[in-house]
Design a protein around this ligand. Structure first.
Ligand code: GLN
Length: 547
C-alpha cells in the first residue's frame, strides 16, 4: 500500500515545487523507500506537446513516448526513476477522457458534472499503479485559488477522505516576502494561502517556506500557530547556488523527518546521503572550467533546453570541471561570420528544434566545428543539420535540405537528405504516420533501440553494442545517402536494428564530432551522467589543455 504525499503551492508561482518534490523523493529513497512522482497540471492543453517552448519550457519525453511537463525531468534527475505516461496529466486530458466516456455512453445517461465525474477521473489517475512503490508524490501545478486548479484540489481532498487516515499527507509551499523598509519577513501571505486551502477542506501537514533571508524561530512558531501546523513541520527553504544542493538542504531543514513524523513512521530509517555529499563536493570543488557554445533558437528562455543545461552540468561533474555555457542565437550566423563568435569555445552543441528559422545558422556552426576540429554534439535537429552540411559542402549536393522546410513541391526543390518517413517498425509493431494525424501523432516519440557499429567512437563511449534512447521528431536522416556520406568519412555509427533509421553519425577524422537523432539529455542524472555528455565535456577539457 503506497502512502500519498500531495504537494501544492501558494502565494506566487515558480516557488520550486517541482524541485522540492524531487528532493523529497530522493530523501525518501535515501531512507530505503521506493518512490514515484506524479504531476497534475490544471491547464487545458491535453499535453504540453503542442505548447511552444516559450510558453512552457522544454517538453520532457518519457520512455513510453509521453510528452510531459518539464518537472518530470527534475523528478527523474533526482530519483533516477524513469517516468511514465501515467505520471503526468492535465485538466485537458482529464476532461477529454470524461467526454470520450460520455460519448461512448459509459455514464448510462447521467448528467456529467465536475463532482463526481471529473474528480473521479482525477482520483483514478492518481491511484494508477499505486502499489508499485512505498510513496507516491503528487504535485499539483499552479497555485491554490486558481480557477482551473479547483477540481484537482477537490479530488485530492476526496482521495484522502476515501483512504485510511494515515495514508495521505499534504505539503504546501509558500513564500515569506522580506520587506526591506521595515526589515521584516512577512507571514501574512502564507497565512492567507493556508486559509485558502482550509476553505476547500485541505489542512497542510507540512509547510515549506521559501525565503531569501533566515527565518527567525519566532516567525516559525507564529506560522505554526496561525496555520495549525506543528512547529517542526514548518520547513525553511532558502535560495541555493545549485539545484543539486536541494536534497542536503531540505534534509538539514528537517523535511524528510517531518514527512516520516506526519506518517508516524517510527523509528525512522537512517538516511544514506553519500550520493548527494559526493555531488556537492563535485559542484564546489571543480578543478577548472570549459566553455560550451549552444547554438539554438529558443536562446532567451533557459527552460526551453532545461535537460541539456542539466546534462552539461552532469558532464562537468563527471570530469570535475565547471561547464560555462553561452546560448548563441543561430540566426546571427546567417548574417555574420561565425568564426569570431565561436572561437572562444572549447565545444559546440546544437540542440533540437522545430521549423526552419535559424537552421542555416546551425549548418554554419556544424561547418565551423568540422573544419576547426572543435568538439561538436548535434542533438536531433543538430544532427540533421550536420548531415546537410556534409552533403552540401563535401558531397556536392548543393541543394541538400530537409523536407521539414521544403516538401519538394515548393519553389525550391531540394535533395531530401532529411526526409519524412511514413512507417517504421518498433519491436514487433509496425507504426505508420500520415500527414493527417494530429500534431502529436506524427512524431517518433519515446525510447527506440539503436545498434552501434563495432570500433566506432560511440560504441567506445557507451561501452555497449545496443542502446535505448528517447526520441521526439518527425523527420529522419535519409539512409539512401549513407554510402555517399560514409565515403567522405561521416560514419553512420548507430542505426535502428533494421538498418533503416540512422541514429548516430560521427566524423572519423575529427577529435569529437557526433550527431544523434535522439535526446540523450533526457536520461542524464547527476549521479549517473550520460556517457555522451560526460565524454563531450572530457573532449572539451582536452581542448582547453591544448590552448
Ligand atoms: N524538427 C526536426 C524533426 O522533427 C527535429 C526535431 C528535434 O530536434 N527534436 O525531425
Amino acid at each position: 500500500m503506497a502512502r500519498f504525499i500531495f504537494i501544492t503551492g501558494g502565494v506566487v508561482s515558480s516557488l520550486g515545487k517541482g524541485l522540492a518534490s524531487a528532493a523529497l523523493g530522493t530523501l525518501l529513497q535515501a531512507r530505503g523507500f521506493t518512490v514515484r512522482l506524479r504531476k497534475l497540471d490544471p491547464y487545458l492543453n491535453v499535453d504540453p506537446g503542442t505548447m511552444s517552448p516559450f510558453e512552457h519550457g522544454e517538453v520532457f519525453v518519457t520512455d513510453d513516448g509521453a510528452e510531459t511537463d518539464l518537472d518530470l525531468g527534475h523528478y527523474e534527475r533526482f530519483t533516477g526513476v524513469s517516468a511514465r505516461r501515467a505520471d503526468s496529466v492535465s485538466s485537458g486530458r482529464i476532461y477529454s477522457n470524461v467526454l470520450e466516456k460520455e460519448r461512448r455512453g459509459e455514464y448510462l445517461g447521467k448528467t456529467i458534472q465536475v463532482i463526481p465525474h471529473v474528480t473521479d477521473e482525477i482520483k483514478r489517475w492518481i491511484s494508477t499503479d499505486e502499489n508499485e512503490s512505498d510513496f507516491m508524490l503528487c504535485e499539483i501545478g499552479g497555485t491554490v485559488g486558481d480557477i482551473e486548479g479547483l477540481p484537482f484540489f477537490e479530488a485530492i481532498r476526496q482521495f484522502a477522505q476515501d483512504r485510511p487516515s494515515e495514508q495521505c499527507i499534504f505539503m504546501h509551499l509558500t513564500l515569506l516576502p522580506f520587506l526591506s523598509a521595515s526589515g521584516e519577513l512577512k507571514t501574512k501571505p502564507t497565512q492567507h494561502s493556508v486559509k485558502e486551502l482550509r476553505m476547500i477542506g485541505l489542512q497542510p501537514d507540512i509547510l515549506v517556506c521559501r525565503s531569501e533571508t533566515k527565518i527567525p524561530e519566532k516567525e516559525r512558531a507564529k506560522i505554526a500557530l496561525f496555520c495549525n501546523v506543528r512547529p517542526d513541520a514548518v520547513i525553511p527553504a532558502y535560495d541555493l547556488k545549485s539545484i543539486y544542493e536541494a536534497p542536503m538542504a531540505y534534509h538539514e531543514a528537517g523535511l524528510d523527518q517531518a514527512v516520516l513524523d506526519a506518517f508516524r513512521i517510527n523509528p525512522a530509517p537512517k538516511p544514506n546521503l553519500d550520493r548527494w555529499i559526493d555531488i556537492e563536493d563535485r559542484i564546489h570543488n571543480a578543478e577548472g572550467e570549459v566553455r560550451v557554445a549552444i547554438v539554438g533558437k529558443y536562446t532567451l528562455l533557459e527552460d526551453a533546453y532545461k535537460s541539456i543545461a542539466e546534462a552539461l552540468t552532469h558532464g562537468g561533474m563527471a570530469n570535475r570541471v565547471r561547464v560555462n555555457s553561452d546560448w548563441i542565437d543561430a540566426e546571427i550566423f546567417e548574417r555574420e561570420d561565425p568564426v569570431p563568435y565561436l572561437e572562444p569555445y572549447q565545444a559546440i552543441l546544437v540542440p533540437g528544434g522545430f521549423g526552419e528559422r535559424g537552421t542555416e545558422g546551425k549548418i554554419k556552426a556544424a561547418e565551423f566545428a568540422r573544419t576547426h576540429k572543435v568538439p561538436y554534439l548535434g542533438i536531433c535537429l543538430g544532427m540533421q543539420m550536420a548531415v546537410i552540411e556534409a552533403a552540401r559542402n563535401l558531397a556536392g549536393m548543393k541543394d541538400a535540405g530537409s523536407e521539414e522546410f521544403d516538401s519538394g513541391t515548393g519553389e525550391k526543390s531540394i535533395t531530401p537528405v532529411v526526409y519524412h518517413l511514413k512507417e517504421w517498425i518498433r519491436g514487433n509493431e509496425k507504426i505508420e504516420r500520415s500527414v493527417t494525424d494530429d500534431k502529436g501523432g506524427t512524431m517518433r516519440l519515446g525510447a527506440y533501440r539503436a545498434t552501434l557499429a563495432k570500433g566506432t567512437r560511440v560504441a567506445g563511449i557507451y561501452g555497449s553494442a545496443s542502446i535505448d534512447e528517447r526520441h521526439r521528431h518527425r523527420y529522419e536522416v535519409n539512409v539512401r545517402y549513407r554510402d555517399a556520406l560514409e565515403g567522405l568519412g561521416l560514419r553512420f555509427s548507430g542505426n535502428s536494428p533494421d538498418g533503416r533509421l540512422p541514429e548516430i553519425v560521427e566524423w572519423t577524422d575529427h577529435p569529437w564530432f557526433i550527431g544523434v537523432q535522439f535526446h540523450p539529455e533526457l536520461k542524464s542524472r547527476p549521479f549517473a551522467p550520460h556517457p555522451l555528455f560526460a565524454d563531450f565535456v572530457r573532449a572539451a577539457k582536452e581542448m582547453s589543455r591544448l590552448v
